[in-house]
Structure formats: structure tokens, C-alpha cells
Design a protein around this ligand. Structure first.
Ligand code: SAH
Ligand code: SF4
Ligand code: F3S
Length: 447
């Protein structure tokens, strides 16, 4: 090991979970004396925190990795780490494919980065992908934002959706203790952050693995109980959460969101398909009627709540008529935002082996048609903001206009307004909305 300061760079692919893991791993590296380098080519340690949800996400990792592996041939002192979901999925095979790698570590091992690196610095090539119990991280994450922070509440997923790699790569559900979550949020509030997003692949599953049952036979630590337990943490003005699974979504949760002032009026509830036979083949465990009932209940109790979701087109066997059921659901519900994707066969998942795969052309065409509809519906949903005064938490500059700042409404709509970032960063400002677009708003401050 050299005595001069060692620099590190992390590139993160994938979802909010991975972003949160990267922030924790950055915290661990800084605790070990590493310093952040914006330029990966100046860094002595490079960590790729990877995603394998779809094939294109995985291929991106290999192309980045190839470049640094080449660099390592000239600079043997470079430490190369692959963490996250590709690491878990490919494990030993990844080490063989890229022999320059020093460390391959699955997502459950994020909090052990320091001890794994110690083994690397002793001269070992390390692969850490065995399932483990996730320990609390005792270092402080290096958070990307100074305004908003992620907090994991449950790791892993016990569902078995037939298209999805997540259970294979993230392991079984492991809930953090409510006290640990509250302690982390308290620290976040004390450090000046204003917003927390509670994270889980299936957040409604929170607490199922924790001991304790109420007199009514309910788990003592449901996600709704957790919201009541953490909602008053000082300094935090807003609480968000994702992702909700329709199978476990409860009316009690809607009521908690309506009742707790800091909990924002936004639900992210992926439906994946609007067709019951496809939902069954996906093993999602609900029907489109059940999904619609959930949305109806939300709109009855919180009429203005934003609703966003994820959907997949071209799942194996999906006919034109079945795809049209997805269009119908999107048209009738009117989402504020929808993340859409063409089905991508993933290794180790049942649906990848089915013979009734849909052609790339058809998938591409359906994706485009769905995206058009999504944008049209989002424009409609945006109209309700026109002329209204919205509370916006200022996070950053508008990257396209220096004189403007940007933030989000409570409903998570990206909003721009004139202002000076220095003065407004981390502030809740009142913005009168003057312009609406599909996925963003513009307004005037202080009216
Ligand atoms: N736990 C969440 C989603 C996690 S993955 C849930 O159950 O809803 C994020 C999104 O990626 C999914 O909602 C799904 O829409 C998409 N996705 C997952 N696997 C996919 C695959 N094989 N092909 C295309 N999209 C996929
Ligand atoms: Fe994947 Fe289904 Fe788990 Fe979501 S609930 S992470 S889609 S297996
Ligand atoms: Fe990707 Fe892993 Fe998240 S596969 S979407 S980074 S859980």
C-alpha cells in the first residue's frame, strides 16, 4: 500500500437500492482514508456497482469494465471492484471472464467492503457472493445530495415474479429494526437533510421477518407501523417510500399517508401488465381488477395523490389483445409517470426459458405505443397543477437554465422556478405553477 492519499471512483448503475448501497460503500472507503475522485482515470480504486435487471444494463457494465481492465494492465496498482447485482449473478464466472478484477461482491456484502478490501490488499482475489445476514453499517454514508437521503428499510425480495432477477441477486427479505431506521433518520435530520425516501423492493413486506405479533394477530412491525414510528423525526420535512406491491398494499397504509403530514402524496405501485393471464404467468398474485380497486381507494381517500408505476411490454406469450389491456389500464387510470420496459429474458428466471418469446420488433413497437400514451396521459395529469401553489423542496440548479432552481412537489413532480441556489437549496418554497409539461412544471416563487 502507498502512503499517499488513495483516490476512489464509484460508478453506479441500476435502481435506488444500488444508489443507496453506493453511498454506504463510499462512506466506508472514506473511513478507510480514500478520497473521492471525479475522474475515474485518476482513481486508484474503481468500483462499479452494477445492475442486471435487463440485458442492456448488464452489457453496459462489461463495456465500462473492459476499459479499466485494460488500464490495469499498465497500472497494476489499480484496484478493480465489481459490486451489486451483476457481481452476484455472475460471481466466479465474472472473475474468470475479467481476471484483472480484485473483488467481486454481491449486494448483501456492501457493508463489509472494508474487510473484503483488507483481504485484497493482502494479495488475494476475492469473490463474496454467499448469502449473509446483513449487519448494520456503522460508518456514515457519503450521500450524493445534501437535501434528500435514501434509507433502506428492507433488503431483498421473497417474491418470485417469473421475469425478475432481483430475488436471485438480492436474496431473501431482511428488515432493518425500526429503532435502527429511526436512529439513521434522526442523524439525517440533524445533518440538515429535509427529505427521506424509505426503500425496499417490496416495501409492504417490511417487518414480516421481525419477531412480534399484535393482539389482533397482525405483525407488530408492518410498514404502516414503521411510518407512525418515524414520522416525527426532527428536521425531516418530507417522507417518501418505494416500492409498493399491489399484492400486499393495504388501506391502512393509505390512511396513514393521509393522516401523517410529512408523508408525501405519492404512491409508486407497479402493475406490470393490464391483462390477467399475463399477470398470472408473471406470478404477480393479483388481477387488474384488484389493482384498479387499490387506485380507487387511494383516490377516494387522497384524491390528489400522484400515482406512478412500472410496466413491461412483450412478456412471453403476450398477444396484441393482451397488450391492449395494458393500454386500456393506462388510459383509464391516468398515471403521473410510468416506467416502461420491453421484456428482457434474464438468466436464472423461469420466463427466459419459455418458448413463446415475443420478437424484438413487436416489443419495440409496443413500447413506443405505450410510451406515447403515457406521455399523453401525463400531460393531462399535469393540467391540474396549472395556477396552483405547490410546495417545492429546492434541490439543485436547473441544468438547462442557470437562473433557475429545481426541486420536487410533494407529489414528486419536477418543478423549476427562478431563484438563486445558494439561497434556496434545502428550502421549502411556494411556487405558483405557470407552465405544465408531461413530467415537469415551471412556476413563480413567492406569490
Ligand atoms: N420490486 C419492484 C420492482 C423491481 S425491478 C416490483 O415488484 O414492482 C424494477 C422494474 O424493472 C420492475 O417493476 C419491472 O417493470 C422491470 N423489470 C424487472 N425485470 C424485468 C425484465 N426481465 N425485463 C424487463 N423489465 C423488467
Ligand atoms: Fe422482482 Fe417481483 Fe420482487 Fe419486484 S416483487 S423485485 S418484480 S421478484
Ligand atoms: Fe438492478 Fe439490482 Fe436494482 S438488478 S434494478 S440494481 S436490485
Amino acid at each position: 500500500m502507498t502512503t499517499s492519499t488513495r483516490r476512489y471512483h464509484i460508478t453506479t448503475f441500476g435502481c435506488q437500492m444500488n444508489k443507496a448501497d453506493s453511498e454506504r460503500m463510499a462512506g466506508i472507503l472514506e473511513n478507510m482514508g480514500f478520497e473521492w475522485s471525479e475522474d475515474p482515470n485518476q482513481a486508484e480504486l474503481i468500483l462499479y456497482n452494477t445492475c442486471t435487471i435487463r440485458d442492456n444494463a448488464e452489457q453496459k457494465v462489461y463495456s465500462y469494465l473492459g476499459r479499466q481492465a485494460k488500464r490495469k494492465q499498465e497500472e497494476p496498482g489499480l484496484t478493480l471492484v465489481v459490486a451489486g447485482c451483476v457481481a452476484q449473478q455472475a460471481g466466479e464466472a465474472l472473475r474468470r471472464r475479467v481476471p484483472e478484477l480484485d473483488l467481486v461482491m454481491g449486494p448483501q456484502h456492501a457493508n463489509r467492503l472494508d474487510s473484503l478490501l483488507e483481504q485484497v490488499f493482502e494479495g488475494n482475489q476475492v469473490v463474496a457472493t454467499e448469502p449473509i445476514h446483513i449487519m448494520e453499517d456503522i460508518t456514515k454514508p457519503r450521500r450524493d445530495s445534501r437535501v434528500t437521503a435514501w434509507v433502506n428499510v428492507i433488503y431483498g425480495c421473497n417474491e418470485r415474479c417469473t421475469y425478475c432477477v432481483v430475488p436471485n441477486v438480492r436474496g431473501v427479505e431482511q428488515s432493518r429494526r425500526a429503532e435502527a431506521i429511526r436512529a439513521e433518520m434522526t442523524e439525517i435530520g440533524r445533518s440538515g437533510y429535509k427529505e427521506v425516501t424509505l426503500l425496499g423492493q417490496n416495501i409492504d413486506a417490511y417487518g414480516r421477518d421481525l419477531p412480534g405479533v399484535t393482539a389482533e394477530g397482525r405483525h407488530k412491525h408492518t410498514f404502516t407501523d414503521l411510518l407512525y414510528f418515524v414520522h416525527d423525526v426532527p428536521g425531516i420535512d418530507r417522507i417518501r417510500f418505494a416500492t409498493s406491491h399491489p399484492r400486499y398494499f393495504t388501506e391502512r397504509l393509505i390512511k396513514a399517508c393521509a393522516e401523517l403530514p410529512k408523508v408525501c402524496e405519492h404512491f409508486h405501485i407497479p402493475f406490470q401488465s393490464g391483462d390477467n393471464d399475463i399477470l398470472k404467468a408473471m406470478a404477480r398474485g393479483y388481477t387488474h381488477e384488484k389493482y384498479r380497486q387499490i387506485i380507487d381507494r387511494i383516490r377516494a381517500i387522497m384524491p390528489d395523490a400522484a400515482i406512478t408505476a412500472d410496466a413491461i411490454v412483450g412478456f412471453p406469450g403476450e398477444t396484441e389483445a393482451q397488450f391492449e389491456n395494458t393500454l386500456k389500464l393506462v388510459d383509464e387510470i391516468g398515471f403521473d409517470q410510468l416506467n416502461t420496459a420491453a421484456y428482457s429474458p434474464r438468466p436464472g428466471t423461469p420466463a427466459a426459458l419459455w418458448e413463446n418469446q415475443v420478437s424484438e420488433e413487436v416489443k419495440g413497437d409496443r413500447l413506443q405505443r405505450l410510451n406515447h400514451l403515457v406521455a399523453r396521459k401525463a400531460v393531462e395529469r399535469s393540467q391540474r397543477y396549472l395556477g396552483r401553489i405547490e410546495e417545492v423542496l429546492v434541490e439543485d440548479k436547473n441544468p438547462k437554465n442557470d437562473g433557475q432552481v429545481m426541486g420536487r412537489t410533494r407529489s414528486n413532480r419536477l418543478t423549476f422556478c427562478e431563484g438563486d441556489l445558494e439561497e434556496l437549496k434545502g428550502q421549502l418554497v411556494r411556487v405558483k405553477i405557470t407552465e405544465v409539461r408531461a413530467f415537469s412544471l415551471t412556476g413563480d416563487r413567492g406569490l
